[in-house]
Design a protein around this ligand. Structure first.
Ligand code: SAM
Length: 326
């Protein structure tokens, strides 16, 4: 049986990762307070919990984006063309890309994700479903910019279709999003048929947004709190779940959902060589999810270097998908 090639660039047990996490956790409350990058939400359990989130009635982004693909998939395929290398950024369970195979007929599929074990399993299962399609898995952290290794192949001969669905772009601040998209534009390579297919969540009513990030079943809370278990494994901290609760709120002026973990009592957290106190109510900032207007996002794509962009939305304009050519 064919197994996909897998290249693991991201290694989680490094001093650099411990340093990044402990620096964020030690940050002074007078200067924004403790934080952890949302990329650490995704260990294997975090990836499964995210899959469960996408099934929740309140989590409209996944099903709205899927409806846009169902409605406009043929028009997208006409604009994009067939036969590219499909490079899936933050592929997760690879399900979204797989639904495009019958529309876009990629000649190769490259799945990129920081959640290495989860990706490995998802890709192996996908390869069994599509034995003829060449596949490559890349365990990679692209938070500081996308740099594809040579194993991805030559962007000068086959067009590249960079795929970044799910509004993961919202995890970056607008200035970080610009520099990330510039790196994505560079990764598209020189061919004019190459480009980026990207999903973005649009500004909407606060109640609808907050329900999507703080569901009554508590799945998003479990996803957020699981970060502490992941941090315990990566750094040797002794976080106890019982002392932390999930907070998900929309900040209207900043146009972003913020997720935090809030101490339910005074807590001392220790780690090898250090530790810190959190007073009751103090928070660790764990994720932002920026919501864009269509005009703002089109401007961002253009500033990042992309040429003509075509957008599709659902009838209520809750979510948009853009095809931006290099
Ligand atoms: C919101 S989920 C989206 C999953 C899937 N693409 C979808 O749209 O349903 C974000 C995905 O990006 C991955 N991810 C998050 N930060 C990353 C990073 N810095 N580098 C690589 N992958 C990352 C996560 O592991 C997760 O699979």
């Amino acid at each position: 049986m064919k197994t996909p090639h897998f290249l693991q660039v991201y290694q989680e047990n490094t001093d650099a990762i411990r340093h990044e996490l402990l620096k964020g956790l030690s940050a002074d409350p007078r200067h924004g307070g403790a934080w952890a990058s949302p990329k650490f939400l995704y260990d294997a359990l975090g990836s499964r919990l995210f899959e469960a989130i996408t099934e929740l009635p309140e989590y409209y982004p996944t099903r709205t984006e899927a409806a846009i693909f169902a409605e406009h998939g043929s028009a997208m395929a006409q604009s994009i063309g067939a036969g590219s290398t499909l490079i899936d950024l933050g592929a997760g369970n690879c399900a979204k890309a797989a639904r495009l195979f019958g529309l876009l007929f990629p000649q190769r599929y490259v799945a990129v994700d920081i959640s290495v074990d989860f990706l490995r399993d998802a890709l192996a299962s996908l390869q069994r479903q599509y034995p003829a399609l060449e596949m490559l898995g890349l365990g990679l952290d692209f938070s500081d910019g996308l740099e594809l290794p040579p194993e991805v192949g030559d962007g000068a001969h086959a067009p590249r279709l960079l795929f970044y669905p799910g509004s993961s772009i919202g995890n970056f601040s607008p200035s970080q999003a610009l520099s990330f998209l510039r790196s994505v534009h560079a990764a598209c390579g020189p061919l004019p048929e190459s480009g980026l297919l990207i999903g973005v969540d649009l500004v909407k009513d606060t109640a609808e947004l907050e329900a999507a990030y703080d569901d009554p079943l508590g799945v998003t809370a479990a996803f957020n709190r699981n970060l502490l278990l992941h941090i315990n494994r990566l750094t040797g901290t002794d976080f106890e779940l019982a002392h932390w609760q999930h907070v998900g709120r929309f900040d209207v002026p900043l146009s972003r959902i913020e997720m935090h973990l809030q101490a339910t009592r005074d807590v001392t957290v220790r780690w090898p060589g250090g530790g810190r106190e959190f007073i009751a109510g103090e928070r660790i900032h764990t994720e932002n999810s920026y919501k864009w207007t269509q005009a703002g996002f089109e401007q961002l794509l253009s500033q990042a270097g992309f040429g003509a962009a075509t957008g599709w939305t659902d009838p209520d304009k809750r979510f948009a998908v853009y095809w931006a050519m290099t």
